[in-house]
Ligand binder design. Sequence first.
Ligand code: GTP
Length: 386
Amino acid sequence: MRVFFIGFGQAGGKIVDMFLAHDKKLQNSSFRGIAVNSARTDLLGLHNIDMKDRLLIGQTVVKGHGVGTDNVCGAKITADEIDTIINAIDTRGTHDIDAFIVVAGLGGGTGSGGTPVLCRHLKRIYREPVYALAMIPAPEEGRLYSYNAARSLATLVNEADNTFVFDNSAWKEEGESVKSAYDRLNEELVRRFGVLFRAGEVGQFGVGEMVVDSSEIINTLRGGGISTIGYAISDVITKTKPKKSFFSGFGKKDKEGSSLTGEDKSAKIIGLVRRAMLGRLTLPCDYTTAERALVLVAGPPNELDRKGVEKSKSWVEENIAGIEVRGGDYPVGSNYIAAVVLLSTIGKAPRITELLEQAKETKQDVIKSVDRKSNLFEDAIDPLFE
Ligand SMILES: Nc1nc2c(ncn2[C@@H]2O[C@H](COP(=O)(O)OP(=O)(O)OP(=O)(O)O)[C@@H](O)[C@H]2O)c(=O)[nH]1
């Protein structure tokens, strides 16, 4: 799939930067991206997005210092400067893309406020689908962050064609602070979504037996709402080491041995897909409530197996609410075989329910505290001037 990424705010910019870095490393050109932010220093910290594709907004209001976790301000400056943002996107070129993906952390101000506004305008202007990839904050970041995320997400689901969610709290280790975990979390996120978003692109290893076209991904996401993905990898048993690794960075040693038979390959793929769906999802949820799914298996061509993918699809279909399960394979040069399961339009995710409940409580508390303040000077003496 050819993707146009817009990284909104600090987290969004960093993640798009990383998607482009992976693309470069793989000598691919499936992805292009720009970064939009109200903080100048955040934009300067990026490495793989061209300087001309880093857009500073809200200069007259916040003078390049960010909106300070005020997502209403983030939404306002985005709306005020929407023409400048659209112009930057057009300048970068959109004629050959399959989808837009706006990436942001929803707990802050710029990305949280700006993403729903941008999605609305992109949908109005372009025919291509507009997706959001949203990171939700850990509860320990504080109530303001949760409140921002809940408000932004509730708006976003009505503006984007689908929203992929990554839950920071589900991915950080016990005792690890979210901040120190960011680099690791971002690697996990980009690796998973990278395999999905690259599907359908013809690489140097040819076309798969059961190609997953970008239209399969788009149709899987058609129901809207929120989506999550699962991912699992397994070593490939090879006699010789492939030259370039697609899923590099896992730090495991190559294994020597003989290739698997057809039955073994099928079993391995089914096992992998089960692990992907039953393991940790980007947003942990009740997978039985998913309306649609897509199964993607990527690995060296001689490890891919049509029967294995077909059986995996049937297994996923038996386990989700809907009946639409698409799938296919994707040949890459690697010592690993990877399975991605996209669960789309999910109906139940405890973390989202919690976030929305928390936001309602926060709103009530804010109203109460405003009332308390107004009571304090209710019967006060006349002010010096009105
Ligand atoms: N996964 C991940 N999440 C991040 C990262 N940085 C920040 N976040 C999350 O994103 C939220 C928003 O943070 P930022 O992106 O810094 O905020 P912003 O959009 O730049 O907005 P302002 O700084 O308020 O102008 C935070 O509350 C975190 O939950 C990151 O590198 N990775």
